[in-house]
Design a protein around this ligand. Sequence first.
Ligand code: F6R
Ligand code: MG
Ligand code: MG
Length: 364
Amino acid sequence: MEEKVTLSVIKADVGSLVGHSMVHEELLKIALTSLNSAKEQKIIIDSYVTHAGDDIELIMTHRRGEESEEIHKLAWSIFKAATEKAKELKLYGAGQDLLKDAFSGNIKGMGPGVAEMEFFERKSDPVIVFMADKTSPGAWNYPLYKIFADPFNTSGLVIDPSMHDGFIFEVLDIRDNKTIKLNCPEALYDLLMFIGATNRYLVKKVFRKKDNEIAAVTSTQKLSLIAGKYVGKDDPVMIVRCQSGFPAVGEVLEPFAFSYTVDGWMRGSHHGPIMPVSFKDAHPTRFDGPPRVIAAGFQLANGKLIGPQDMFDDPAFDEVRRQTNIIANYFRAHGPFEPHRLGLDDMEYTTMPEIMKKLKDKFK
Ligand code: F6R
Ligand code: MG
Ligand code: MG
């Protein structure tokens, strides 16, 4: 019988060059070598290693299903080994996302971000893996809404009979750790009420309504909720399936032609515009940003990853990059004022308790 394929994207920041800018190539080499040997041992079918800013991205295919202990352990051992190298090179923030000492069966809840989906490979199966740096998982709400619910973005919702029924959004409330499924287009307004609040409600999965087929999945790990304090931004990943009953590649990329506002950037405590960039530009510098996103496109062939194509390496995205720089100037001019700086409850760094303690008697 035909077997399902699992696509797992697991990422972590375990130390970077220079400051929080990018991953050192020695760390990527460790990941490559180890995944090559996992291929030889038939633990995985195929893999691709890259980085988005200071995050190592492991893209793997296998037949072990979602949340496979073996696959998670493999990723954990790579991040551990890369941490050792980062310490040796005294890279910045060595081991920063590895919040636990020992692996305990599932890498979720241990620091790294995870997005996985299992499905029957189609006759031809294009997928796009999006990877962002200097932002948080709420950054996927806007593009997922545009891709799967907005006919002004995705004309297939109107004119392709295989998509016309719409899609189901699974939304996670990260505060109460509960999920809700909302059928669109019927529940569009309810959906937007939730996912417009990007730091509480996260789109976790999207399914095609007609047959419940998985269409998209995001990483929703929040480091601060795991560690109980700020330990770095969550720099999320997302997998989207394309074509033949899913939005076309161009419809999936289209929301990124607008530089929408996300939270993250400097010290994880600012609003700023997101910039879609080619792999070679995935190293945030200005004010530790602006936040950026890369897109790796693959065709699956019996579990093999054919590609990647560097999807944002296209002059068609030059204009949004220019727009990002203009918006970045606008936000930066606010300095420490909101709405550039996040509201008091959302800041990842704060001196407020100390200042309050010092000045509390002066309040009259
Ligand atoms: C944002 C980020 C950086 C750091 C900043 C200060 O996600 O990682 O903007 O917050 O460079 O870093 P520390 O506190 O390590 O000096
Ligand atoms: Mg870092
Ligand atoms: Mg990062």
